[in-house]
Design a protein around this ligand. Structure first.
Ligand code: FMN
Length: 196
C-alpha cells in the first residue's frame, strides 16, 4: 500500500489560484504510488474555531470534524499548500488546522508555498514551518516555492513555461525528502509506541 498523504489547501476565494498547485501535488504524489488526497478547507467548511475536536465528548463532534479527524489520524504524511495574505498564513487553512492537535502528532509534513508574485509565498511558508512543528509534525526542509503561480501552472494544474519546468525539477527532491521521513516515522511507530 502506498503512503497515505493528505494535501491541505485553504483559500476560500472565488477566484483562487492555489488550487492549481494542490491539484498538481495530488497528481504527482499519486503518480509516485502514494495514496494522495486533497483536503480543501473551503469544501470541508468548518466554522471559525469554537471547540477543538478533542473538546467534544466522544462521538459528539460534528460529522465534518469527526471525518477529518479520522483522515488525519490515518495519514502517514501531510503536505500543506500555503498561500500568503499580507505576509502571513491564509486564515481558512489556519482555522482548519487549529481544530486538531494530537491528531497531527508523529508524522512528517512538507510545505509548498505560492503567490501571485515572484516571492512565491515564502514568508507564509516560513510561518507555517513553526506552526506545524508546534503541532507535533516533523517539517521537512525541502520546500516548494511557486511564483508567480499563474505563470507556473495552468488551470488544470499542468506546469507551464520556465516556472513550470523549475517546479518539475524541484518536485523530485521535495517528494523524496517527505517519503524518507514518512518511512522513518512509520518504522519508528511500529518499533515503539509514541511516548505521549
Ligand atoms: C488579502 C490578500 C493579501 C495578499 N497578500 C499577499 C502577500 O503578502 N504576498 C504576496 O506575495 N501575495 C499576496 N497576495 C496575492 C496572493 O498571492 C494571490 O492573490 C494568490 O492568488 C492568493 O492565493 P489564492 O488565489 O489561492 O487565494 C494577497 C492576496 C490577498 C487576497
Amino acid at each position: 500500500m502506498g503512503d497515505r498523504i493528505l494535501v491541505f489547501y485553504g483559500s476560500y476565494r472565488s477566484d483562487r489560484l492555489g488550487i492549481r498547485l494542490a491539484d498538481f501535488l495530488v497528481d504527482r504524489l499519486s503518480a509516485r504510488g502514494a495514496e494522495a488526497e486533497l483536503v480543501d478547507a473551503r469544501a470541508v467548511g468548518l466554522p471559525l474555531l469554537d471547540r477543538m475536536y478533542k473538546e467534544y465528548p466522544e462521538g459528539e463532534a460534528p460529522p465534518a470534524l469527526e471525518s477529518l479527524a479520522g483522515k488525519i489520524r490515518g495519514a502517514d504524511a501531510f503536505v500543506f499548500v500555503t498561500g500568503e495574505y499580507n505576509w502571513g498564513p491564509q486564515p481558512g487553512l489556519k482555522n482548519l488546522t487549529d481544530h486538531f492537535l494530537e491528531e497531527w502528532f508523529w508524522r512528517p509534513a512538507a510545505i509548498a508555498s505560492y503567490s501571485a508574485g515572484r516571492l512565491a509565498g515564502v514568508r507564509a511558508g516560513t510561518a507555517w514551518h513553526a506552526i506545524l512543528n508546534e503541532m507535533g509534525m516533523v517539517v521537512t526542509s525541502s520546500t516548494l516555492a511557486v511564483g508567480p503561480i499563474a505563470r507556473t501552472l495552468d488551470e488544470s494544474g499542468t506546469p507551464i513555461g520556465e516556472g513550470g519546468a523549475a517546479l518539475e525539477r524541484a518536485f523530485g527532491r521535495f517528494a523524496d525528502d517527505l517519503a524518507w521521513w514518512t518511512e522513518a516515522a512509520k518504522e519508528q511507530r511500529k518499533r515503539q509506541a509514541p511516548p505521549f
